[in-house]
Structures are given as C-alpha cells and as structure tokens.
Design a protein around this ligand. Structure first.
Ligand code: ZN
Length: 410
C-alpha cells in the first residue's frame, strides 16, 4: 500500500502552504494499524513537518528554547517524540504500559516514515551528482574537487556537499558555500542512527519506552523527475546503503539492534516540492504539526514565526518541539508515572537524558528502583548510540556538539 495519497491529503487539511515562490520538503511519521480493515483508517499520522534549513552553530541556544535543525525529517521526528511523551502522560490508546514498567506500541501497530524527496547526505549522493551535473557541469566538477578535505574524509566525515560523489561518509547538512558552519548532521545520518537506537530519543527511554523503529520509508521526487530517469535502481541502492548496508551487523547491546527499513519510491508528487517548480528557491520557514495539537506551528530561524527574539524563551512562546518544551512534557510524564506532582526542575536536561531523573521518597514507589531502572535503560541507549557513532562505529566522524547546549534547567 502506498500511503502517500493519505499523507498528502492530511497535509492539505492543515491549510499550510509555504510562501509564494518557495519550495520545501515534507516529512511525516505515521502508524499503520494491522487490525484495521479499511485502508484509509490504517494510517494514523502522528507528526508532519516541512523545512529545509538549519542554524549555524554560532546561533545555537544554551537554554533549549530554539530548534537548531529544522529540516522536515528532523522536525517531524521531534514532533513524534513530543507525541510519544504526551501519550505517556495518560492512558494511551496507542501505547501499552507493561507490568515491568516498560512501554511499547500497542500490538498490531508499526511506525513508518514519508519524505517528499531523497533526504540530504548519503541517501542522495548520486542524485545530487546527477542534478548538479545537469545544472552546471563545470561548477559540479569544481566543487567536487576543490572542497574535499582529505583529513576529514579519512575520518569518515565530509562537510555539506564536499566530495559529494564519495560514498559511505557521514556529512554535516548542506548549505551555501558562503554560509557559516553548522554541526547539524545530514538527515541520512540521523535516520541511520534511528535505525539503531529508535526514533524516540533518550527522554522516553528513561521513562521506560522500548525503542521504536521505522518499518518503512516512502520517498517522493524520484519517479517522474527527468534528470533522474533511469537512475531509480542506483538511487534505491544509495538509500539502502545509507539506512541499511553501511550499518553492517554491529552488535548494539542490550535491547537494541539494527532495524532495516524497507525503502520505496512513490510516484505521488508533493505540490510544493522542488521538482514541481525548480526555479523556486528553498523556503526559510518551517512548519510542524503533531497529532494531539489543534494547530500547526510555523518556525522561522528555529523560533516561532512572529515571536520577538527577547520573548522567545517564554514557555508560552517557545516552539513545541524545542528541548525545553519536550523537557516540560517529560517531567509531566514522569510525574504521571510516579504519581508525584513534584517536578525534577533542578535536574538539568542533560542529566535527565544521561543519568536518569528519578522519583523521590514522597511518591510511594521505590525511588531506588525507579532511578536504577532509568539509569540502566539510559546506559543501554547511550551504549548503542556510542557503538554507532564511536571510533569503530559505522557512523564515526559524527560531529558532536561540544558547546554547553543541554545543561539548562527549567
Ligand atoms: Zn535534510
């Protein structure tokens, strides 16, 4: 079943369009319910986003109030994390809480992803080469040779589109040659990481959620694009290498393993995509929609559109999917789980993601158990992540943010 018509209808129902003369990328996460007979009702979209930009590292926030990377895939994934955390604050129709304190998706549900074009980085290596060569063969040759940094490449890392024809590289996100440097990794690399550790991130893991893997990825803008005609097989190979092949059979430790999503190309066209009007330029603003939320949220430079910079940290004006907003919901879920209304506000976001922010003695549950459970789960999660991104891992070269971007408290 191709879910794209359902996804595109859902997008149309949100009544959002990028500004005139701009193209964007659409991405969505959705659940498929194997128990539903009616095809239309089998697909439940949990998050949807558009976006093509990210911030330069110098503009990152230290208090978690700005979204640093707002490529559609990353924003949709943050939306899915928010949705999961929200579902963990109540009796959920979609998640099941087990007696051992763990949560999983309800039986019969699987997670899937849609992207309106090939994601940046490894999965679009040869598509980029084909499109560049067509647009400007001389420039393509120049850019390919001139900006490759042998030292970086030997470490597995390439910056943006440098040496874009080289395979098996982790890459930072592409940008204009004169743009300030970003440390945001490409969407292909982030998706590859999710194939090992799940899409849920550390906070839901700390609360007991088992990793949730992407079962399939449906990608648009390959079929029907003239410059890519006849190259479908090659491009599918790139996707399979990016999300599956390059990860190998690495052992990730307790509870984690490489999950290889099925990749397919869809002929359905996203009307605001780059292929429908190549003369348009990419859209600065980004949009994010999450099931459970009535409205879409539009972002510009990582903050809500229309918000004055001096007001951007106010809880009511922060983006729904920034670190600080997700941390608030995490604390709500923690309180719901432990039966305590006491917030662990003094614990930094980083500590909650790495050490476990447990219950206290007022809750009636065994705090030592709760904390130990959280710590063990987080240790397993970070071990798996490290095996992927560490020195001998398939994603080694991954740029770590060394700045102090997670040590805020609420
Ligand atoms: Zn991207």
């Amino acid at each position: 079943m191709d879910p794209t018509p359902t996804i595109l209808r859902h997008f149309a129902s949100l009544k959002y369009a990028p500004p005139k003369g701009r193209f964007t990328v659409l991405a969505a996460f959705y659940l498929v319910d194997a128990h539903q007979d009616v095809e239309d009702q089998r697909v439940m979209v949990i998050s949807m986003a558009t976006g093509t930009k990210c911030l330069a590292t110098k503009n990152y926030s230290k208090i978690g109030d700005v979204v640093h990377d707002f490529h559609a895939e990353v924003l949709a994934r943050r939306g899915a994390v928010r949705w999961l955390l929200q579902e963990m604050t109540r009796e959920s129709e979609w998640l099941v809480a087990h007696a051992n304190d763990e949560w999983t998706l309800r039986e019969g549900l699987t997670l899937h992803m849609y992207i309106s074009e090939l994601p940046c980085g490894e999965a679009s290596t040869r598509a980029t080469a084909l499109l560049q060569t067509l647009a400007n063969p001389q420039m393509a040759a120049l850019k390919s040779q001139a900006t490759a940094d042998p030292q970086n490449i030997s470490q597995g890392l390439a910056r943006g589109r440098e040496g874009y024809e080289l395979l098996n590289r982790v890459r930072t996100k592409p940008g204009r040659a004169d743009a300030p440097v970003t440390n945001a990794m490409s969407c292909s690399d982030k998706i590859a990481l999710w194939c090992g550790v799940g899409i849920q991130g550390a906070l839901p893991v700390s609360l007991g959620l088992r990793p949730i893997y992407i079962n399939s990825i449906t990608i648009g803008s390959v079929h029907g694009v003239e410059a890519l005609q006849g190259a479908e097989k090659l491009l599918l190979e790139d996707c399979n290498r990016a999300f599956r092949g390059r990860l190998g059979d690495i052992a990730l430790g307790d509870g984690y393993s490489i999950y290889r999503p099925e990749v397919t190309f869809t002929p359905s066209i996203f009307e605001y995509g780059r292929v429908t009007a190549p003369e348009r330029s990419s859209c600065n603003e980004a949009m994010c929609w999450i099931a459970n939320e009535a409205t879409v949220e539009v972002l510009n430079n990582g903050i809500r559109r229309g918000t004055l910079s001096k007001n951007r940290a106010l809880p009511a004006l922060r983006p729904r999917v920034c670190k600080a907003s997700l941390y608030v919901i995490y604390q709500r879920a923690l309180a719901w789980r432990t039966g305590s209304d006491r917030m662990s506000g003094a614990i930094t976001y980083h500590a909650a993601k790495h050490g476990g922010a447990g219950a206290d003695s007022e809750t009636g549950c065994d705090p030592a158990q709760a904390i130990r459970g959280q710590a063990l789960r987080l240790r397993a999660y970070h071990t798996a992540k490290e095996r992927l991104r560490g020195n001998n891992g398939p994603l080694h070269g991954w740029v770590r943010c060394t700045g102090d971007y997670e040590t805020f408290v609420l």
